[in-house]
Design a protein around this ligand. Structure first.
Ligand SMILES: N[C@@H](CCC(=O)N[C@@H](CS)C(=O)NCC(=O)O)C(=O)O
Length: 232
């Protein structure tokens, strides 16, 4: 199958966009990337995005939305597959991908929580969610063994948040999940995961966190000595 002209409409911090970028990189698919400002969405974007969200994948004159759909499409138009072939295994991977989206919602609750109490509740929710993965762990480096698959592409951007959170304080989210910690390390080392964001990602995320005016924003402020000059 010949690969059509592809353009990924993106945002610098979006973890869902990163899933698509990682898939594009893993499968070495030529594409263009266009970054937009989500706080000031361009009219052309509003006109083609049914949910007003990134990522979008422009495929010639067609537009795909929803990251899971985009990743599966990219996987299917290229040789080899980043999904298991066994239907039950594939269904389980899709379920854990959906679970990854639910972790992302909890992460949003964590950085938006206004009070210490609400923040602590979200922290515990994160601990619980990663404990679920630990209990069901059947991996070996990656989620399903030594081969990187779509489900791994989903968790790379999730763990990336914690690289920045760890630089603020030790929130003890992975204390009792050694397999998840190993998975996090394996994904951190993967070139496609590293290259899915621009080099200024940590500064951009810190700036975004400060702008939440949340409990976590206050923690970032309390560490002003560590903040890079361009975030102050
Ligand atoms: N279910 C969607 C979620 C995408 C999503 O939430 N994107 C966020 C940025 S990370 C967005 O575009 N938000 C803009 C808005 O909601 O106005 C997917 O998997 O693609």
């Amino acid at each position: 199958m010949s690969i059509p002209e592809l353009e990924l409409v993106s945002h610098h911090l979006c973890p869902y966009v990163q899933r698509a970028v990682i898939t594009l990189l893993e499968k070495e698919i030529p594409h263009q990337r266009t970054y937009i400002d989500l706080s000031n969405k361009p009219d052309w974007f509003r006109q083609i995005s049914p949910l007003g969200k990134v990522p979008l994948l422009k495929v010639g004159d067609e537009v795909l939305f929803e990251s899971a759909v985009i990743c599966e499409y990219l996987d299917e138009i290229t040789p080899g597959s980043l999904h298991p072939t066994d239907p039950l295994a594939k269904a389980k991977h899709r379920a854990w991908i959906e679970f990854g989206s639910s972790i992302l919602n909890t992460i949003a609750g964590f950085y938006n929580a206004a009070t210490e109490e609400a923040f602590e509740q979200k922290r515990r929710d994160l601990v619980d969610k990663f404990a679920w993965i630990e209990r069901h762990w059947q991996g070996n480096g990656y989620f399903a063994g030594d081969r990187f698959l779509l489900v791994d592409a989903v968790y790379g951007p999730i763990f990336r948040y914690f690289d920045v959170f760890d630089s603020i304080a030790d929130f003890k989210v992975f204390v009792n999940t050694p397999n998840v910690r190993g998975w996090r390390q394996a994904l951190q080392a993967r070139s496609s995961i590293q290259q899915a964001v621009t080099g200024d990602y940590p500064e951009r995320l810190l700036m975004f966190l400060i702008q939440r005016h949340s409990y976590l924003s206050d923690l970032v402020h309390s560490k002003t000595d560590y903040l890079p000059a361009n975030v102050m």
